[in-house]
Design a protein around this ligand. Structure first.
Ligand code: PMV
Length: 325
């Protein structure tokens, strides 16, 4: 058994179904080929976990694994790593000292899912290091428990993308996780430059739901319907229809109150320049937008840049978590 293992895990982008997927509906998600690496190394110092994460300015953070601290008492940048180790150790009755180092190809500000990627990457690396067999679903369940322990809310769609990779149809909590073979995905990604806080936006939608329960349920049902039709359009490579459905979904996100001026500007600019559809991706409030583009890609890119967006050149349909060494 080796004393050190490195995994790499892709980021993700929500194609359609955001927010509704928190309320027992389905969504479409793709893995993006910008990867987060986690290296776990056994150390001689029992019960001591040392974390280095230079991308988020964590250097030599020390944690005593014999104290099961509440995750809110931990510094934000290490919560997911520490909780992943605690949960994996608890499940497998382990005590070994560890060093963990994480590095990422993508900025945590893009909304590509650094928390979910680090959780999946850490648990997958530990499973390999301690020769514990975990199926994809078992890895998902432990990672989902970890994310809920740390942030209390979330559908788990990002964890599924990190584990399975490619394109998935996904339902809340992993009730359905269905890989879809599409071969290509002609999307442009525009970053708003604004970091969105997913938990705040999910809570904002929950507050609106308390007040307008039936209306919000209707919006979630419509979102799910757009997702189901979008899934068929994707499988048929019917880009015209997929684009229209994406734009319809954007209208639903607007109604949920999660769009922003910068997102709307980029979405309108992309449509005006010839995109077949455009929408925000993820919680909203900032992060990224997606434009479906089968021709005029250069004009659409220019239009997004002209209104202050940054076009991100990232391959989609990336491979899920893998052991690198
Ligand atoms: O902001 P992101 O990219 O992490 O997406 C959040 C998507 C939500 O549906 C709002 C939350 C969730 O966990 O599904």
């Amino acid at each position: 058994m080796s004393s050190s293992v490195t995994t790499s895990t892709p980021g993700k982008l929500m194609l359609m179904g955001e927010h509704a997927v928190v309320y027992d509906r389905g969504c479409l998600v793709t893995a993006v080929d910008q990867r987060l690496r986690v290296t776990v190394t056994k150390s001689n110092n029992p019960q001591q976990l040392t974390v280095n994460a230079p991308d988020v300015q964590v250097s030599g953070y020390q944690h005593d694994l014999s104290h099961d601290k509440d995750s809110t008492d931990l510094p934000k940048a290490v919560r997911f790593v520490v909780k992943s180790v605690q949960n994996f150790y608890q499940q497998n009755q382990l005590q070994t000292g560890l060093q963990i180092e994480t590095t990422s190809e993508f900025a945590s500000t893009f909304g590509f899912g650094s928390s979910s990627a680090v959780t999946v990457g850490t648990i997958a690396a530990l499973a390999n290091l301690f020769a514990v067999e975990l199926s994809k679903k078992e890895l998902f369940d432990l990672a989902y428990k970890t994310v809920l322990d740390v942030q209390g809310v979330g559908s788990g769609f990002d964890l599924a993308a990190a584990i399975w990779g490619g394109l998935l149809y996904f339902e809340t909590g992993g009730k359905v996780i269905e890989p879809l073979e599409v071969g290509q995905l002609p999307l442009l990604i525009g970053y708003t430059g604004v970091k969105a806080d997913t938990v705040t936006l999910v809570k904002q939608v929950a507050t609106r739901k308390e007040r307008y329960s039936e209306l919000m349920d209707t919006i979630f049902d419509l979102s799910w319907e757009a997702v189901k039709q979008g899934k068929t359009a994707l499988l048929n490579h019917d880009w015209q229809e997929l684009g229209e459905l994406m734009s319809i979904h954007q209208g639903l996100s607007y109604a949920l109150g999660v769009s922003s001026i910068q997102l709307e500007k980029q979405i309108m600019a992309a449509l005006d320049a010839g995109a077949l559809g455009a929408k925000l991706s993820g919680a909203g409030g900032g992060d990224c937008m997606l434009a479906l583009v089968t021709s005029n890609a250069d004009s659409v890119k220019e239009a997004i840049s002209n209104v202050g967006g940054q076009v991100l050149d990232v391959p989609l349909l990336a491979q899920g978590v893998r052991v690198e060494s």
